[in-house]
Design a protein. Structure first.
Length: 295
């Protein structure tokens, strides 16, 4: 039994075929270009296989409300050619199988809670820090969804007193994404984060902003584990700065060992490494198939 998974990112698409356990059997990736060009590559890849269902974890904002007229659309994205693009319907027109649709970070949260760093826990938060910042949450064993999906990358944070950078977010300027995503690091320091590994001040400032956001998330959602992924978080030295800033900011207000003496076990890297999103997309496909079988 084979399932298809799509991790539709703003920078690249990852497509995979896997089994019912979320194991990846074959995988490809290609740049996110114009919608028609990108989706054509998706279709060509999946038509090599007989699939039972497909799961899509998409960049956003997107509409994940099944009762909405624009369910399955990528909506108000800064990637203008993808704005209001009906990606789910396009795929349904090409493949006569159940298709699940959610955000890329919700898919990653599902992957990590099922098979990764939060396996065995009924709640977790997965945050990606890369070209943008986004977060997905599992609460009581279910992906968090309300009026829309969470957009935790756009929370407002206090500016560091020594940071004069205005921020890159076209909507909010100096929100978390505007101050701490990859493009903000490059614009502030003049080089990509991967070229700044040895500069401690870069990662101390990055941790200052990320730790603030994590404090908000802990106080509001109280997840049982926080997983930080994405390209920026490949700079592993930032974790220790995040741990220290987080403890300082929380100041023992919530007096639990996970938030103090065991903080290194609470704020962690993805257990599935770079495969969290695509694995979660395969698990979304499995869910879609199982729901279809119950109908």
């Amino acid at each position: 039994m084979l399932y298809g998974g799509i991790e539709a990112g703003g920078t690249k698409f990852v497509c995979a075929v896997g089994d019912e356990h979320g194991k990846i059997i074959e995988k490809v990736q290609f740049p996110t270009t114009e919608p028609e060009e990108t989706i054509k590559k998706v279709i060509v890849f999946f038509r090599q296989f007989t699939l039972e269902a497909i799961g899509v974890g998409s960049f956003g904002p997107c509409d994940i409300n099944p009762n909405s007229k624009t369910y399955g659309y990528i909506t108000s994205t800064p990637k203008t050619t993808w704005e209001n693009y009906p990606i789910l319907q396009i795929l349904k027109d090409k493949f006569n199988v159940p298709i699940a649709f959610n955000t890329d970070v919700n898919a990653a949260a599902l992957g990590e809670s099922t098979l990764g760093a939060a396996k065995g826990l009924d709640s977790c938060l997965y945050i990606t820090v890369g070209t943008g910042i986004g977060a997905g949450a599992v609460v009581n064993g279910q992906l968090l969804q309300g009026l829309s999906h969470p957009e935790m990358g756009h929370v407002l944070v206090r500016r560091h007193p020594n940071d004069s950078y205005q921020g890159t977010c076209p909507y909010h300027g100096d929100c978390l994404e505007g101050l701490a995503a990859g493009p903000a690091i490059e614009a502030r320091w003049g080089e990509k984060g991967s070229e700044l590994s040895s500069r401690q001040e870069v990662w101390e400032l990055e941790a200052f902003y990320i730790a603030q956001a994590l404090m908000h998330y802990v106080l509001i959602l109280s997840p049982k584990r926080i997983i930080l992924g994405g390209g920026v978080m490949k700079q592993k030295q930032v974790f220790s700065f995040i741990h220290e800033n987080f403890k300082k900011m929380l100041n023992n207000y919530v007096d639990l060992p996970e938030l103090s003496t065991k903080i290194e076990e609470y704020i962690v890297s993805p257990g599935l490494e770079v495969h969290a999103g695509i694995t979660g997309s395969l698990l979304l496909a499995r869910q879609a198939y199982q729901e279809g079988q119950r109908l």
